[in-house]
Unconditional design. Structure first.
Lengths: 442, 298
């Protein structure tokens, strides 16, 4: 009897729902769906976790999160995306994975979702998304194969993206009457002056450990100093004058940095700035939340922010994460709705207020966000110069990146000659590119 | 009873062994002969014969990685064997609190390698690390542990974690030695040192060789501790083969090359294992001879 009553109630509910279906909300069809998403253990995604209940409340779509350390996440995704039926409906991917996943046809082209009137929110305002981030993280198939352009398509949306800014200790700069560096010459001079003025304190803390840390730090200087890893014909030009200048800049920074700086990964470099052992920090915007957090930082209220100094041009980095829908996802449309909601003006602001990295210009200019995070306006300014091409995003990049990082580590720790080191990298990179077919048309 | 009956009884076990042990191994070896990208199933990949092995043979980074692995394995196994056996000889006595001490000794072995890596990474930190702070407290200058002395640092971390493994097996071997042999030696006027050198160690040798072999195999496969501690740097100075294999498979997405590296590693380990088994046989014969002599003396 009880079972019959339940069935009757369910049937009545369905009938009422179908009566109103002409004006059904965009989420109704997917209410009750559980999405499985793969996110990294990262401050931005920790903020996202606080916002997800709001999405479920608004849409009725449940979200189950598999949060992993980001290198582990990449490992897991390598296995997951190759399966016929995947476990993940939505994934966050680190920017350099874009090339691998798109090239292997493992990510959905987002055009068919943005074309679908039942799914695409007309108020989404894609023009408000930060150009440099979208081109760097979301696009593939355009210029150079990995950027925007007439042949390009959108495969992901930046989410947890970051650029580079200069953090500096206002108290130390005021105490010694130092000018905040605006150019690379000023940056290097100030970095080496600080240990003389404040014995025991490093000038600038930078990542420098072997592998992707050293490579990242080098590339951070390469773009503003006028360099690129490859020329337009894919020939390595990393060993030209700009490349040598960037490697010299990194070496100077490490030599004038805190004790043991040559073995610093990102954690140590940031830790050194948070502990007050270093006067400047030139890296990602993602650290701002930790610098302002008294439980993690000894320099709360003492840090000022400035643009990434200029070399021969402005060129702050673009990186971090994007979100995309795997080709083998089981709930692609609901995943798109989550992706759209998270990166909408509302979602972006909610995540920013919870301590995440906004992906929209409007969020950087938002009054509430700026009242809570006064640095956001400077970050918004830096984003106008965000360079989507500061490092190549091609399938063989992992190998070249590792070689740059290990070779530069030898420059920093074993005094390997810079020109000789970069010549070696260029030679090996050319062989890798040749094998991968980049010179087929030459 | 049919002649085939014993084989029928063995068949389920044989099938399980083939599926669980030999199939993945064969898969790896087969993959090492192919140009294999993670987005492809192995059947879709191109057969390249020995190309992956030949390219690796001429790859200086791979050779450096192999050399680092050999150095690392040699030092950790040597130091751990000396310390583990030494500690076992020292603690093989029935004093109060000895069982608590033995339990404490084996604690490091129970900690997850990632945690061990993190713990040592912070202890080695140049400015806030405990080790350099102590050194500075006593008037010494700090050491660039994870820079200039990176290989030594990872060896120390591994020795700290795995010496207890040698200790526990050596202690078990010591406690199972026939007391009559040692008593006989003492009655003949042997000193402690002579009893250790001429009686205990030769009798323990078969166990020690197996222990050494297990550690050696494990040392060639260490990954997490080094990944967390140095990520293989500076340069390639701590990039042992397991780390390079992992990077080649996940970062470079070259599964065929990674499988060929595993093939080289497997060949090396098989050679070492065979050499040690031959040596074990010789030592066992010597131990049996010794045991017979002791029995005859009794």
């Amino acid at each position: 009897m009880r079972q019959s009553l339940k069935t009757l109630a369910a049937a009545t509910g369905l009938a009422i729902a179908s009566l109103g279906s002409a004006h059904a909300g965009p989420y109704d069809e997917f209410a009750g769906t559980t999405l499985v998403v793969n996110f990294p253990a990262h401050p931005h995604y920790n903020a996202v976790m606080q916002v997800l209940p709001e999405f479920t409340k608004e849409t009725g779509i449940e979200v189950e999160v598999d949060q992993l350390p980001y290198l582990k996440m990449r490992e897991r995704q390598t296995l997951e995306l190759g399966q016929e039926d995947g476990d993940y409906d939505l994934i966050a991917y680190v920017v350099f994975s874009k090339a691998d996943y798109v090239y292997a046809d493992q990510l959905e082209n987002l055009a068919r979702y943005f074309m679908n009137p039942k799914l695409a929110d007309p108020s989404y305002d894609s023009d408000d998304l930060i150009d440099g981030y979208v081109y760097n993280i979301g696009f593939a198939g355009g210029k150079k194969g990995y950027l925007e352009g007439k042949t390009g398509s959108l495969f992901g949306i930046p989410f947890g993206s970051e650029t580079s800014v200069l953090g500096y200790r206002k108290d130390i700069f005021d105490k010694h009457g130092l000018k905040v560096p605006e150019t690379y010459d000023e940056l290097l001079e100030t970095a080496c002056k600080i240990p003389e003025l404040e014995p025991g304190m490093g000038g600038l803390s930078s990542r420098a450990a072997s592998g992707h840390h050293a490579s990242h730090a080098f590339l951070l200087h390469l773009a503003p100093l006028g360099g690129r890893v490859f020329d337009d014909a894919w020939k390595p030009r990393i060993n030209d004058e700009a490349g040598v200048a960037a490697a010299n800049a990194l070496k100077t920074i490490v030599d004038c940095g805190p004790e043991g700086a040559a073995s610093y990964g990102f954690g140590e470099a940031l830790g050194s700035f948070l502990n007050g052992d270093t006067a400047m920090f030139l890296d990602t915007t993602v650290v701002a939340g930790q610098i302002d957090d008294p439980s993690k930082s000894q320099v709360v209220g003492k840090v000022g922010w400035a643009m990434h100094p200029m070399g021969v041009r402005r060129g702050s980095q673009t990186g971090g994460f994007g979100i995309g829908i795997p080709k083998n996802a089981l709930n692609k449309e609901a995943a798109f709705l989550l992706m759209q909601w998270l990166t909408s003006k509302k979602g972006d602001k909610l995540v920013a207020m919870a301590g995440g990295n906004p992906s929209r210009f409007s969020t950087h200019a938002d009054e509430d966000v700026n009242a809570k995070f006064p640095h956001m306006a400077t970050f918004g300014e830096a984003l106008k110069h965000a360079d989507p091409d500061w490092r190549p995003i091609i399938p063989v990049w992992g190998k070249i990146n590792a070689d740059i990082g290990t070779t530069l580590s030898k420059v920093l720790t074993e005094d390997l000659d810079i020109q000789e080191a970069l010549d070696g990298v260029a030679e090996r990179a050319e062989a890798i590119m040749d094998e991968a077919g980049y010179y087929t048309w030459q | 009873m049919n002649r085939m009956t014993p084989y029928l009884f063995m068949a389920p076990a044989a099938v399980i062994i083939v599926i669980t042990l030999l199939y993945p191994l064969g898969y790896m070896v087969y993959g090492s002969f192919r140009d294999w990208d993670p987005s492809q199933t192995i059947g879709e990949t191109e057969w390249v014969g020995l190309r992956n092995y030949i390219v690796l043979y001429g790859d200086p980074a791979f050779r450096e990685s192999m050399w680092v692995t050999l150095k690392f394995a040699f030092w950790v196994v040597t130091v751990e064997m000396i310390l583990g056996v030494g500690l076992a000889l020292l603690l093989d006595r029935n004093l109060r609190g000895m069982s608590l001490l033995r339990t404490l000794f084996i604690l490091p072995m129970m900690i997850a390698p990632v945690v061990v890596g993190l713990m040592w990474r912070y202890m080695y930190h140049p400015t806030v690390g405990t080790i350099n702070r102590w050194l500075k407290e006593f008037g010494f200058s700090g050491v660039d542990w994870l820079g200039q002395h990176a290989l030594l640092s990872v060896i120390i971390a591994d020795v700290w974690q795995w010496t207890p493994f040698i200790f526990i097996l050596s202690l078990a071997a010591l406690q199972s030695l026939p007391s009559s042999a040692i008593e006989a030696a003492r009655m003949d006027g042997a000193t402690n040192w002579q009893a250790i050198w001429h009686i205990k160690l030769p009798l323990m040798m078969p166990v020690l060789i197996v222990t050494c072999l297990l550690r050696l195999i494990d040392a060639f496969k260490v990954l997490e501790v080094i990944l967390v501690l140095t990520e293989g740097g500076p340069g390639l100075s701590t990039e042992i083969l397991a780390l390079r294999i992992s990077r080649t498979a996940t970062e470079f997405r070259e599964l065929g090359t990674a499988a060929a590296m595993s093939g080289y590693l497997m060949l090396l380990l098989m050679t070492l294992t065979a050499a040690m088994f031959i040596y074990t046989k010789l030592v066992e014969r010597r131990a049996q001879r010794l045991a017979r002599m002791v029995a005859e003396a009794e």
